[in-house]
Write a protein of this length. Structure first.
Length: 69
């Protein structure tokens, strides 16, 4: 694992997904295990990167991703 992130395989990668937290749909571009801490104590979290129809990408917890098909 690198100091800040690691790509994680996901069964919905490049598929149409929905963020259950916001209801926003888009294409799942990547899931990355990231160190989201600003301190010397690491805090790792799996973040899903979703590209909405507008072309803008947003992140959500990987556990919030479900198929939109």
């Amino acid at each position: 694992m690198t100091d800040r992130y690691e790509y994680v395989p996901h069964r919905l990668l490049l598929g149409r997904v929905r963020d259950v937290a916001s209801g926003t749909e888009g294409t799942l571009m990547a899931v990355i295990n990231e160190n989201v801490s600003d301190s010397v104590h690491p805090h790792w979290m799996e973040l899903a990167y979703i590209r909405a129809a507008s072309g803008r990408e947003f992140t959500t917890a990987a556990g919030n991703v479900e198929s939109a098909e």
